[in-house]
Design a protein around this ligand. Structure first.
Ligand code: ATP
Length: 459
């Protein structure tokens, strides 16, 4: 099940503290969002899952966190300074602005055909580094995390002596001054990328390209996205640096669009950032480099120094976030004909892992017992354990369904062995399952193991 519309997701995200429009006190800034207490948990969980699969569970992939502010030579050599622009058109009638390749010859807003000719719109955010403002102080907020990887290639080769094939992975902020940010967090101006550059011998590029397309497709399914909502699209036109690109498209509420791109970037990037390019037999068309201090080469099987090819899976965190909450969203009709909104996120992604709830907020013994159980569960370090003290159990369950908490643990009069309570249930709690709504009584001594086994077996 998915949401009926983007509006349902926007409303849930705002109401429950996942995502807020940035600077809303001052009217907002278009294409920028702030992630609230639950949004940041979900984001971190997606990132952690990506990092585990791309770095921790791999023998030959190294992690990196390079700087966001980027030297202008890097983005000159990568081609971004000259070519990273989109053609835009303005509608003279309603003053709307569009990417020329997103529209036909009429304004999608008002239907007028009185449009300007396409003009290049620069996508990079420029800034200055240091106290003196001149041409040499120009720097950029990186438009992709990939360039930070290429310029650290030699550092990692020198420190770790990897053999081909090997990869370098990085996740972090990227900035693009998009002409028309839209569709909630689908196209924004500040976002996070999860990118890995996999360096290979040029003779094996196609094999590794296919390998990473298939790996990435199954990773998204492991996160809970159904196969029916994903599709591969082989790009007819590739970027200037790429030999082949396959996009993984997801069926967002506004249609099938790119979630992740896998590109064969050939030897373009390492070739571009190398000195003595003429000696290197570079196959891609690169800009002359008079500034670099190193040759970005590595020995191949025959011990010949080569510039490797690179296969790049590049995913957007915000697009992943949107796809995952859409996929998990369900407006469910229950057996009693009532409805509930439930976010059926996989437990490893859920922002809150367990909500611990006292049945009565004004009973100090129940409240303090609940706090003790929260403390007991927190020792497991499986993520956020929330102590909920709203005093309204129905409301607490509804809220936790909406934010995707896999289970709620309720402490009642029987748990604490209150007068007239059922002695059989002394020191037991009720565990309520988000998806089946089934409730089970579990002894507090078995509670940690029970939850770990049922929900968090990966911890
Ligand atoms: P698009 O064609 O949608 O503009 P792109 O092909 O320019 O995307 P890439 O440069 O391949 O995107 O970036 C890799 C990934 O980064 C994309 O698959 C997407 O998930 C994410 N991404 C790119 N631009 C944005 C953006 N403005 N907002 C959110 N995510 C983005």
């Amino acid at each position: 099940m998915v949401a009926n519309s983007m509006d349902e997701l926007i409303s849930l995200c705002k109401r429950r503290g996942f995502i807020y429009p940035s600077a809303h006190l001052y009217g907002g800034l278009q294409g920028l969002y702030d992630f609230g207490p639950l949004g940041v948990e979900l984001k971190n969980n997606i990132k952690q899952s990506w990092w585990e699969s791309m770095v921790h569970h791999q023998d030959n992939i190294y992690g990196l966190d390079s700087s966001i502010l980027t030297h202008q030579h890097v983005l000159y050599q990568s081609g971004h300074e000259d070519t990273f622009s989109d053609p835009m058109v303005d509608c003279r009638s309603c003053k709307s602005r569009f990417r020329a390749d997103h529209i036909d010859d009429v304004c999608p807003n008002c239907g007028s055909s009185d449009l300007t000719d396409p003009r290049p719109f620069h996508l990079m955010f420029k800034t200055e580094v240091g106290p003196v403002s001149d041409a040499s102080s120009t720097a950029y907020l990186r438009p992709e995390t990939a360039q930070g990887i290429f310029i650290n290639f030699k550092n990692i080769v020198d420190s770790f002596s990897p053999k081909l094939p090997f990869g370098i992975a990085q996740m972090g902020k990227a900035f693009r001054n998009e002409i028309t940010p839209r569709n909630f967090i689908f196209r924004v101006r500040e976002f996070e990328q999860m990118e890995m550059e996999f360096f290979v011998d040029p003779s094996s590029d196609s094999k590794w390209f296919e390998y990473w397309v298939s790996e990435r497709l199954s990773w998204w399914q492991d996160q809970g996205i159904s196969k029916a909502h994903l599709k591969l699209e082989i790009a007819e036109e590739t970027a200037h640096y790429a030999k082949a690109t396959t996009d993984i498209l997801y069926q967002f509420p506004h249609g099938f669009e790119e979630l992740e791109g896998i590109a064969n970037r050939t030897d373009f990037d390492l070739g571009s950032h190398s000195k003595n390019q003429k000696e290197l037999n570079i196959s891609a068309k690169v800009l002359n480099n008079n500034h670099s201090t190193a040759k970005l080469t590595i020995p191949n099987q025959d011990q010949k120094m080569i510039v490797p090819y690179v296969i790049e899976p590049s995913a957007g965190l915000e697009r992943g976030f949107l796809a995952l909450i859409n996929e998990a969203y369900e407006n469910e009709v229950l057996a009693n004909n009532q409805t509930r909104i439930v976010l059926k996120l996989k437990p490893h992604l859920a922002p809150v892992k367990v909500a611990v709830i006292p049945l009565a907020r004004n009973k100090p013994e129940i409240v303090s017992f609940t706090k003790k159980i929260a403390h007991q569960l927190r020792q497991e370090k499986f993520g956020r354990v929330e102590f909920e003290n709203t005093g309204n159990i129905g409301k607490s369950y509804r809220k936790n369904d909406e934010i995707g908490t896999p289970c709620c643990v309720t402490i009642d009069f029987d748990t604490i062995g209150a007068a007239d309570s059922n002695a059989q249930w002394h020191n037991t709690v009720t565990v309520r399952d988000r998806d089946t709504l089934q409730q089970e009584r579990v002894h507090i001594e078995q509670l940690n193991e029970y939850l770990k086994k049922k929900y968090f077996h990966c911890y």
